[in-house]
Design a protein around this ligand. Structure first.
Ligand SMILES: Nc1ncnc2c1ncn2[C@@H]1O[C@H](COP(=O)(O)OP(=O)(O)OP(=O)(O)O)[C@@H](O)[C@H]1O
Length: 243
């Protein structure tokens, strides 16, 4: 029987204390990422955000969660902080790597379409070494989007992009991932204000929900409630949750 506090069916739940090397990184975490929503994880560098994202994705981590981690069954697509592209493979081959590793037929037409939508038309044959940091990040985003997974973890996916490209890629990702459960790790208050439907500040003393504007995402960059939320989030990030 479902108990109070179990969260919504299909949601990602993170509860408990995050430990690393015998010390608590974050105590008393209570995070819920609801189905079909964007949930932002924010907080100071080193507090454990990427670690939590990797745990949700079932990837190895150095830390231990003493408590409960609930992740719905099914595939999880992850875009890590570093692009992790195969240096010897073309952009196209990198985007289609998931299908090829599974022994499935890659959807090459979709890969080209994604590369084009991400502003990389004509770069499909280039290897990562011949791309800029921001272009590599967009190849990694295409590799994540092509998976069409119901649960997606994005770890600072737009950090290497200039402001205009970042805004465009936020719009594109929000459209491409509509209806998916997305965990977005970000240091950018404006990004959280545009994309977040929930946001948590993570610190040594745990997790605190952060206020966000209502309404569908992506929210307009210049909407007054988005700009006000950006300022509020920035102020919250300046007051980290100490342990
Ligand atoms: N492979 C590892 N082995 C040992 N410690 C690690 C490893 N990976 C991360 N850590 C440590 O775990 C802690 C949390 O790291 P994590 O990358 O999750 O933080 P973060 O909040 O995502 O930081 P940032 O915002 O800088 O990306 C840090 O203290 C980090 O040094």
């Amino acid at each position: 029987m479902k108990k109070k506090g179990d969260g919504e069916e299909g949601a990602v739940l993170i509860r408990g204390d995050l430990w690393l090397d015998g010390r608590v990184l974050a105590r008393g975490l209570r995070i819920e990422a609801r189905v079909g929503e964007w949930t932002c994880l924010m907080g100071a560098s080193g507090v454990g955000k990427s670690t939590l994202g990797r745990m949700v994705a079932g990837l190895p981590v150095a830390a231990l969660l003493q408590g409960c981690l609930r992740v719905p069954m099914g595939p999880v697509a992850v875009m890590g902080q570093s692009d992790q592209l195969l240096p010897w493979a073309s952009a196209l081959a990198n985007v289609t790597i998931g299908a090829r590793l599974r022994g499935a037929r890659p959807d090459v037409a979709r890969a080209y379409a994604l590369l084009e939508a991400l502003g990389l038309a004509g770069m499909a044959d280039r290897r990562p070494g011949a791309l800029s940091g921001g272009q590599r990040q967009r190849v990694a985003l295409a590799r994540t989007l092509i998976e069409d997974a119901p649960l997606v973890v994005l770890d600072e996916p737009f950090s290497a992009l200039d402001a205009a490209t970042r805004a465009a890629m936020q719009d594109l990702a929000a459209t491409a991932l509509a209806g998916r459960t997305v965990i977005l790790i970000t240091h950018d208050p404006l990004e959280a204000a545009r994309l977040g439907q929930r946001a948590y500040l993570i610190g040594g003393a745990g997790s605190r929900p952060l206020p966000l504007p209502p309404g569908p995402v992506p929210r307009p960059l210049d909407a007054p409630d988005v700009l006000a939320a950006q300022a509020d989030l920035f102020a919250a990030l300046m007051r980290p949750l100490a342990s």
